[in-house]
Design a protein around this ligand. Structure first.
Ligand code: PBG
Ligand code: ZN
Length: 280
C-alpha cells in the first residue's frame, strides 16, 4: 500500500507526531501480532501490540490525540477470518456466538489501555449489545462504540489485507459482510446497531457507497463515519503516479463528495496529504 507501513510502537509515536503537527489528531489503530493462532488470542492480551501502542501514544501525547481501536480478529487468527471458526455442514464459518465474548474482552482490554473509542469491524450479530454491556460492567460506560454497521463484502479491501497480513486463508467474508447490490440491508444493519447502543455508525467502503452514507444520515441522524478504504486510496495513488490524474484535485473531490453525501467523519489514508493541502 503506497506510503503505508507496519509500525513498531516507537515508529508509531513518531508517525503520529508528524500527523499531529499537520493537524490530524484522530487515529484508528490496527494490530499485527507477532504470533497468530486459531482464536486470535493475542488480541485479548493486555500486553498486546495495540494495548502497548495506546499506552505509548498516551504517554507521548496525552489527550491531544483521539485514539480509536479496530476491534476484530482477522489480523490475529492464523486462518484470517474475523473470529473463531466452526464447521457448518462441511464448511468452516465464523462462530458468531462463540466469538462475541472474545470481542468483548478485546474491547475491554483496549479501553483499559486507554482507547477513547472502540470500533468493532467484524459485523457479528449482537456485537454492539454485548460490547456495551461488557464495557459498562468493566467501568467504561463513557467509552463510545463506533460500529462498522454497514460493511460490504468489497474488492476494495485488497491493499489493506496485504498490508495487514489478514486475507482469509480459505473462503471469503460473504457470510458476515454485505452484498454490494443490497442497499436496504444496510439500513436494517444500521438500525439494529443503533438499537443495541451504537454511538457512531460507519459505512464502508465510502466511494462506491455514497448512497448508503446519504441514506444512513437521512434516516437515522446519528453521527455517520465513512471509511475511504485502501483500494479507493490505492487507485488514486496509482493513477497519479502514472500522470493520469491530478492527485490533489481528485483526492479533495473524493473527500468532498463523501462529506457532501452526509459523512460527519471520514477515515482516510489521504489524511496527511489532505491536511497539508487544506493548510495551503
Ligand atoms: C477487517 C478489516 C477490513 C479493513 C479494515 N479492517 C476489511 C476486511 O479485510 O474485510 C479494510 C480496510 C481497508 O481496506 O482500508 N475487519
Ligand atoms: Zn475482521
Amino acid at each position: 500500500m503506497p506510503g503505508n507501513y507496519q509500525l513498531s510502537a516507537d515508529t508509531l509515536v513518531e508517525e503520529v507526531g508528524i500527523a499531529k503537527d499537520l493537524g490530524v489528531t484522530s487515529f484508528m489503530l490496527f494490530g499485527i501480532p507477532a504470533t497468530k493462532d486459531a482464536t486470535g488470542s493475542s488480541a485479548i492480551n493486555d500486553e498486546g501490540i495495540v494495548q502497548l501502542a495506546i499506552k505509548a501514544l498516551r504517554e507521548a501525547y496525552h489527550h491531544d490525540v483521539l485514539l480509536m481501536t479496530d476491534e476484530c480478529f482477522c489480523e490475529y487468527t492464523d486462518h484470517g477470518h474475523c473470529g473463531i471458526l466452526h464447521d457448518v455442514h462441511g464448511t468452516m464459518d465464523v462462530d458468531n456466538d462463540a466469538t462475541l465474548p472474545n470481542l468483548v474482552a478485546q474491547c475491554v482490554s483496549h479501553a483499559k489501555a486507554g482507547a477513547d473509542i472502540v470500533a468493532p469491524s467484524g459485523m457479528l450479530d449482537g456485537m454492539i449489545d454485548a460490547i456495551r454491556h461488557g464495557l459498562d460492567e468493566a467501568g467504561f460506560s463513557n467509552v463510545p462504540i463506533m460500529s462498522y454497521a454497514a460493511k460490504y463484502a468489497s474488492g476494495f479491501y485488497g491493499p489493506f489485507r496485504d498490508a495487514a497480513e489478514s486475507p482469509p486463508q480459505f473462503g471469503d467474508r460473504n457470510s458476515y459482510q454485505m452484498d454490494p447490490a443490497n442497499g436496504d440491508e444496510a439500513m436494517r444493519e444500521v438500525a439494529l446497531d443503533i438499537q443495541e447502543g451504537a454511538d457512531i455508525v460507519m459505512v464502508k467502503p465510502a466511494l462506491s457507497y455514497l448512497d448508503i452514507i446519504h441514506r444512513t444520515k437521512q434516516t437515522f441522524g446519528l453521527p455517520v463515519a465513512a471509511y475511504n478504504v485502501s483500494g479507493e486510496y490505492a487507485m488514486v495513488k496509482a493513477a497519479a503516479r502514472n500522470g493520469w490524474i491530478d492527485e490533489r484535485r481528485v483526492t479533495m473531490e473524493i473527500l468532498t463528495s463523501i462529506k457532501r453525501a452526509g459523512a460527519d467523519m471520514i477515515l482516510t489514508y489521504h489524511a496527511k496529504d489532505a491536511a497539508r493541502w487544506l493548510r495551503g
